[in-house]
Design a binder for this molecule. Sequence first.
Ligand SMILES: *[C@@H]1O[C@H](CO)[C@@H](O)[C@H](O)[C@H]1NC(C)=O
Length: 235
Amino acid sequence: MKVLVCFVLSYIACAYAGSLPSFITPCSRSDPNLNECVEKVISAAGAKFTEGIPELGIAPLDPVELGTVVVNNPALKITFTDTVVTGLKGFRVNTYKINPEKGKATLDFTANVTLKAHYDMNGQVLILPIRGNGQSKIKITNLNIVVKYDFEEKDGHWIVPSYKDHYKMDRAQFKFTNLFGGNKELAQTTERFTNENWEIIMSEIAPPALNQIIKKCVDQVQKFFAAIPARELLP
Ligand SMILES: *[C@@H]1O[C@H](CO)[C@@H](O)[C@H](O)[C@H]1NC(C)=O
């Protein structure tokens, strides 16, 4: 019975292998303009990729669910729950660089993303106390993410043993409902204050939230590499 199950599973794995989705046209390894070629492929196929590819076990990246995101600064504690991020679908590739010999690649892209979550916050920003719990929305304009990753071939498939990322953004805008238990005047003043000082607040929220977003993206790319043999991705 066990053998049969394994056989069936390996058959499914084999059926997956090699089935590059029709919306992806691979570049040739010997293309003299390989970077530009892959950049175009990612630009053309990216939006579709973010919708997910169920046949290959790839989950959607827009929307992407982050679950709980915790900011645990002594001065400011925030717990976001049921966090959902939208907007990755509209990403724009700035540059892509690949060195197949060294097994190194860099993807630099920009997207406008929105995080929606339930929030529970208590602490202070600069000298202003801030407290509340309710729905929150954070709009990030021109979130620029650069991911440098290593890749190597194992059993005919690329794996990503490690990656590094950094990010920056033009602006973040916050909307918090029910600040100070719904005290309108205090809430309005505080919301204006948070938006004027977005950089201070985002410097707390961005590391946990963006690390999770980037990890979700890398996870799906790894699943993609696991499903399609390297020689199909870069013939
Ligand atoms: C993000 O939005 C801004 C302003 O609405 C726009 O100028 C910019 O091109 C957008 N960026 C992307 C990557 O779509």
